[in-house]
Design a protein around this ligand. Structure first.
Ligand code: LFR
Length: 491
């Protein structure tokens, strides 16, 4: 019954995924996969937004050529990044990548003007140097012409939707990640915008996930030779879509969306905005059906992806399964890093940065590539325990296990080590979390599912979930004590 397409754009690749419901079960097929290569121009790191738009149209064309009639589409991507539309209705410039260095030191600079506690109190969003608020502040400091010429502010999926439909809307889950949205007032925070000198007129009405956000415009239909179809605003922040797809049965659940980033937390009905949340630097990102994700960003598999890129430059080409095998064969618990140290944020030579981190913390640096991979994966698993326990403390809940979704679950060693580190079972699946959550919201909008819990039931019935039981508890417990000491996390 019905065909829908979820366009899911990740930090390294994008996909057009076809979703169908057959006898109440969800079936997904990859129609199109394309790379998403950031482009460095001089000092600036950009997204290749027009290429992404081209690939979305390719996805529609592939569906057409396969004779698939598509009922609707939705787009999700990473958060925080944006572009400006000028008075002629065209995009100004190429959006910056959130890993661009122009936001370095912008947090401290802005806090001198506007206290962190006020920003957190108004938005409930964790402080990350790449949040939209700091990107806009950096553009102001640099006197960017975008700010003079821009008429409308659109985030990445908003922009792509605009190219497809000709309609400009800001979607809720992504809007919250700007750190300019006030979840208590339920709209853009006008005072915050004013204090930052950002015109209110840039920011449009905020659409909830599941709203119809337009139809494919005639020029797109003509170009592709297809009929017009509805475009839905889904949870356009990929993490929002991934969490929508968590096949939980218990309404109180902990999740880890595992990909380039590791996003760990729980779903709450109301944002948790208090001193403890600010101190622990947790966020309250908007989700589906008025929920919030009380979570924390963990640097994730990015450090491994960048290491792999570095090794490739040196002529050593490893597949991900090879990397996992190398880690498995290396000596356990030899060295640890805090994956969230700012030194690991920007693209670059991660093995060298790991060596530097070890030197600074009095540890012997891992030497072989296998030892480096082991150091990254063990450190991630140990950081998961740290954040898991914080989530429990902050939400006042005790979780009986951890749901892992996203491509990172294909790394079975990481799943097992995560269970070992937290001392509770890990339930891994589905790996296509964001795409499935994107589809779920489209089906809810079409009335196929009554709500997100009915959709989660269908997801549970449709995709395998693998359970990993905790093992080697003594060794992991001891390793954790050393990890928190070495990384200085408790100080
Ligand atoms: C994951 C993610 C995170 C967000 C980061 C930057 O893909 O969307 O949730 O913090 O990318 O946008």
């Amino acid at each position: 019954m019905g065909n829908i397409i979820a366009f899911d754009l990740g930090a390294s690749s994008g996909r057009a995924m076809l979703g169908r419901l057959v006898d109440g079960k969800i079936e997904i097929t990859e129609l199109h996969r394309f790379s998403n290569d950031p482009v460095q121009v001089g000092d600036r790191l950009h997204w290749d937004i027009l290429r992404l738009y081209h690939e979305i149209k390719q996805g529609l064309l592939i569906a057409k050529n396969q004779g698939i009639e598509v009922d609707s589409i939705g787009i999700d991507s990473w958060a925080v990044d944006f572009g400006f539309i000028g008075s002629n209705g065209e995009l100004i410039g190429n959006p910056y990548h959130y890993r661009d260095r122009h936001t370095e030191h912008m947090m401290e600079k802005l806090f001198a003007q506007l206290p962190a506690s006020e920003i957190f109190g108004r938005t409930g969003i964790q402080f990350l140097q790449f949040n939209t608020i700091f990107q806009l502040f950096a553009l102001k400091q640099a006197n960017s012409p975008w700010l003079q010429e821009g008429n409308r502010f659109l985030m990445i999926p908003d922009l792509l939707r605009y190219f497809l439909t000709g309609e400009m809307h800001n979607e809720f889950s992504n809007a919250t990640t700007t750190q300019l949205y006030n979840p208590v007032q339920g709209g853009w925070d006008k005072e915050l915008l004013q204090q930052l000198g950002l015109p209110e007129s840039w920011f449009g009405e905020v659409l909830q996930p599941g709203s119809k956000a337009g139809m494919l415009q005639p020029s797109v239909c003509d170009e592709l030779g297809i009929s017009s179809i509805p475009v839905y605003a889904v949870a356009e922040h990929d993490t929002g879509s991934a969490v929508a797809a968590v096949p939980a049965t218990d309404r109180s659940f902990a999740y880890l969306s595992c990909g380039t980033w590791s996003l760990m937390g729980t779903e709450v009905q109301e944002p948790v905005i208090n001193d403890m949340a600010q101190q622990l630097n947790f966020t309250n990102e908007g989700g589906v059906e008025g929920t919030y994700r009380l979570l924390k960003n963990i640097m994730g598999l990015w450090i491994l992806q960048e290491s792999r890129r570095e090794w490739e430059k040196a002529g050593k080409k490893y597949s991900f399964p090879e990397l996992v095998q190398m880690a498995g064969a290396a000596k356990p618990f030899a060295a640890f890093i805090d994956p969230d140290h700012p030194m690991f944020l920007a693209p670059g030579d991660m093995p060298a940065r790991i060596a530097q981190y070890c030197a600074e913390t009095g540890q012997q640096a891992p030497e072989t590539d296998g030892e480096i991979v082991r150091c990254i994966l063990e450190s991630l698993a140990l950081k998961y325990r740290f954040v898991f326990e914080m989530t429990e403390r902050l939400s006042g809940q005790a979780f009986n296990g951890l749901h892992m979704v996203g491509g990172g679950i294909n790394n079975t060693l990481l799943c097992q080590w995560s269970a070992n580190a937290i001392g509770k079972p890990v339930w891994a699946g589905p790996s296509e979390g964001s795409a499935i959550g994107n589809m779920a919201v489209q089906w809810i909008a079409q009335g196929v599912f009554a709500d997100i819990w009915e959709a989660r039931q269908a997801i549970r019935d449709s995709f395998p979930v693998v359970e990993y039981k905790p093992e080697e508890q003594d060794q992991w417990g001891q390793a954790y004590d050393r990890f928190v000491q070495l990384t200085g996390l408790l100080t």
